[in-house]
Design a protein. Structure first.
Length: 275
């Protein structure tokens, strides 16, 4: 049985497996954090180009986060030493910024989480580097469609499994693999909290969605088969078959009649190709 907890959004919240139900103050806090996260990803659009290092992009993310009055939630998180995750081509998630340079034809996911006034704005977006092959561009396009199809299911009275079922149906309809090892998650004052948001699920299963719930939807879709493996660095996850992978992520809140996307791009740059 799922436990829910109505919170006042002012104090420290327990990480006890309960699903938190937030009020107006929580929505206001998440709007600010989510907007900053989206503004950071918007600012990266002209920078993601051949020859640039992922470390340089990480520097931009860190400075923009600090300039926005926030701190990068990933910096120091479980020993992680960077301000974002940058995942290229067959890297599924949690790619570590380095002196590696971007190359023509790469597809890149950049995942940022500014912590602003106690609230986490967690989002990621795909970028196309130079002249990207059609099959890679199509993977990115379908992955974005998966995210938005999942968001369409997010409303009071639905079940978390409805989100995963819709994503899985769309991805597998294009013969892509849906990653099972990683999922979306509750967030707010906590970076990672209940519930887990599975991206391949049975419709009608899982906890009921209620107004006030905050969580991410972040499908990871592979051009090949679903399985992934973790590299020796303990962070980087890659596709086992070395196929390309793409991901988009939004943070959302369930409202009385649907949901609010906290991390939508203010400039309309939600998916490539970017103007």
């Amino acid at each position: 049985m799922t436990d829910y907890m109505t919170v006042d959004d002012t104090g420290v919240l327990p990480r006890d497996g309960t699903i938190k139900l937030h009020g107006p103050a929580g929505f206001a806090g998440m709007r600010k954090a989510g907007r900053l996260a989206a503004e950071i990803l918007d600012a990266l659009v002209p920078l993601v180009r051949p020859g640039l290092t992922t470390a340089a992009l990480d520097d931009v993310v860190r400075q923009m986060t600090l300039d926005g009055g926030a701190v990068p939630a990933t910096l120091g998180y479980r020993g992680y030493t960077h301000s974002c995750c940058i995942s290229i081509n067959h890297v599924v998630c949690h790619g570590i910024p380095s002196e590696k340079t971007l190359k023509d034809g790469d597809i890149v996911n950049i995942d940022v989480t500014p912590l602003l006034d106690g609230w986490h704005g967690d989002t990621s977006r795909m970028y196309l580097v130079g002249d990207v092959p059609l099959k890679a561009r199509r993977l990115v396009e379908v992955t974005y469609e998966c995210l938005m199809i999942g968001i369409e299911q997010a409303r009071p009275g639905a079940r978390l499994g409805d989100i995963g079922a819709a994503i899985q149906r769309h991805a597998e309809g294009h013969r892509y693999g849906v990653v099972r090892e990683f999922c979306g998650h509750g967030l707010g004052r906590l970076f990672h909290d209940a519930p887990e948001v599975i991206h391949a699920a049975r419709a009608g299963s899982g906890p009921e969605l209620r107004a006030g719930m905050f969580f991410t939807i972040e499908p990871m879709i592979n051009l090949g088969k679903p399985p992934v493996k973790l590299l020796e660095d303990g962070w980087t996850a890659v596709t086992r078959d070395r196929s390309l992978s793409a991901q988009f992520e939004h943070s959302i809140g369930i409202t009385e009649d649907g949901c609010e996307v906290f991390t939508a791009s203010p400039r309309g740059l939600n998916k490539p190709p970017y103007a």
